[in-house]
Design a protein around this ligand. Structure first.
Ligand code: PLP
Length: 473
């Protein structure tokens, strides 16, 4: 029986849009609401399209955050919408569980076409953290070892296994005890890595090819040598491609920049096309089968919604959009253009220390400026807490120029930009012009931009901004 009066969602949204923050304050996470208010991000959006969000007055906001890299193909892409509508219109059987659905087979086939042939077995789940949890289990089952290594500064998700390999103490605080036998090593230090690997109890070394926090990656052959050492000592190399995958860095996968051959990769975020959670673990078949090793272990690792039709259809549509719109190449070309344009600003603004990035994953690092007045403001803010300066810029870019960006992590003078891969000259121009203006404003101390910083201090914001900024890394 179908209901006579189905939910009229459109009327409900029209009637109540604007109550967002009040509802969240009451029923969800009031601490988050408080921070959003203090940093001036308590905006109500009415719709979104491509690289833009729009408020109730149809003012556009340039989205250089992409939902923490969920929207590589832009928001509300019609091809993904079409795939969702098709699934709904066909009344497909979904999550029968005791069958093998066509769409999950098709998405696995399509995903593997984008990967080197040694990665040939797929497991679908719902989030980046869940994919990393699974990768940890696969690696332990395949090697019979318990040890896990990761890099300082890494972010792998906020569930217990993922937290255990997290490179940032802040997120672990208060949630222990976590998994035993986990250690973090310094990026670039092969000796330290080998010292751990030699124990022969390390199941996996987990890396993000380009770290989300701070957009850091090694120079030289560190990753290649690390891979060699892992092989020598029987440790699996896991690449967390949750953020770097699907074109974000100007290649299909981050590991391609170093010609790596990971044993397992994890994928999430943009695979969903921005609608339905969708994530995957891709491994060598031999590794995968060590988990599903006997008939009675056929579902020893599983996830109820993992292969659901909407997620699979969104994944299929997303992969096709990335191909059809040549988004990997566009990320490479326009990402390089964006970095070059920001680099040019360095000549004008002594505040800019370094611009680093790969494709559309870009960080701008700041340091103490040479101009006397700006230096006074810089020192004042840094006496309280380091990341307040970056937050001041992020808030200013948003409030003055309607551009969404984020802090790159804890205790850093770094802002991070993750534009959708679809952006072009217009968006690059708008961002560079805005950044230029905001940095010029920093020369006036005291002045309106520094007042923002003073306001953060007043609200003792230091700890909380960081949590918000880094939540999705
Ligand atoms: N791994 C990386 C590299 C990430 O950037 C993130 C999220 O930001 C995760 C894992 C966790 O993904 P999720 O939030 O979908 O659990």
């Amino acid at each position: 029986m179908r209901a006579d009066m189905p939910l009229d969602l459109k009327s409900l949204i029209t009637a109540r849009l604007g109550e967002n923050y009040k509802l969240h304050e009451r029923h969800l996470n009031p601490t988050l609401v408080r921070v959003q208010r203090i940093i001036g991000f308590d905006q109500v959006y009415a719709r979104a399209e491509g690289a833009y969000l729009y408020d109730l007055d149809e003012r556009d906001y340039l989205d250089f955050l992409s939902g923490y890299s969920v929207f590589n193909i832009g928001r509300n892409h019609p091809a993904v919408q079409r795939a969702i509508t098709d699934v709904l219109e066909m009344d497909l059987p979904n999550m029968v569980q005791m069958d093998c659905s066509l769409l999950s087979g098709l998405l696995a086939e399509a995903l593997l076409k984008k990967l080197p042939p040694h990665l040939d077995a797929v497991f679908f789940c719902n989030s980046g953290a869940e994919a990393n949890e699974g990768a940890i289990k696969f690696a332990r089952a395949a090697t019979g070892r318990s040890g896990l290594l990761s890099l300082h500064g890494s972010f792998h998700g906020l569930s217990h296994g993922a937290l255990s390999v997290m490179g940032d103490e802040h997120f672990r605080e208060g949630f222990g005890p976590l998994l035993e036998n986990c250690a973090r090593v310094k990026m670039g230090d092969l000796e330290e890595l080998e010292m751990h690997l030699k124990r022969k109890d390390v199941a996996a070394f987990i890396i993000e090819p380009v770290q989300g926090k701070g957009v850091n990656f090694p120079t030289g052959d560190y990753y290649r040598e690390a891979q060699r050492l892992c092989r020598e000592h029987g440790t699996l190399l896991v690449c967390d491609e949750v953020q770097t995958g699907l074109g974000r860095t100007g290649r299909w996968w981050g590991f391609e920049h170093w010609d790596l051959e990971p044993d397992i990769i994890t994928v999430a975020k943009s695979l969903s096309g921005g609608y339905v959670p969708c994530a995957a673990i891709v491994a060598r078949r031999a590794i995968y089968q060590k988990t599903f090793s006997r008939l009675d272990r056929c579902v020893v690792h599983s996830s109820t919604f993992g292969r659901n039709n909407l997620a699979m259809a969104c994944g299929l549509a997303t992969l096709q959009v990335i191909d059809d719109e040549d988004l990997v190449e566009r990320a490479r070309v326009n990402g390089a253009k964006l970095v070059a344009r920001i680099e040019e600003l360095k000549k004008k603004h002594s505040l800019i220390k370094q611009v680093r990035g790969m494709g559309m994953m870009v960080a701008i690092e700041f340091h103490e400026p040479s101009e006397l007045s700006a230096r006074m403001g810089w020192k004042l803010l840094h006496r309280v807490e380091r990341e307040l300066f970056a937050q001041m810029l992020v808030t200013s870019l948003f409030q003055q120029h309607r551009i969404l960006t984020q802090l790159a992590g804890h205790s850093m003078d770094v802002i991070k930009i993750l534009p959708p891969l679809i952006i072009g000259d217009r968006e690059i121009d708008r961002f560079v012009t805005a950044l230029d203006a905001v940095l010029a404003d920093c020369r006036s101390f005291p002045g309106p931009i520094w007042n923002l910083g003073a306001n953060f201090i007043k609200h003792s914001l230091s700890r909380s901004t960081v949590e918000l900024a880094s939540a999705g890394s």
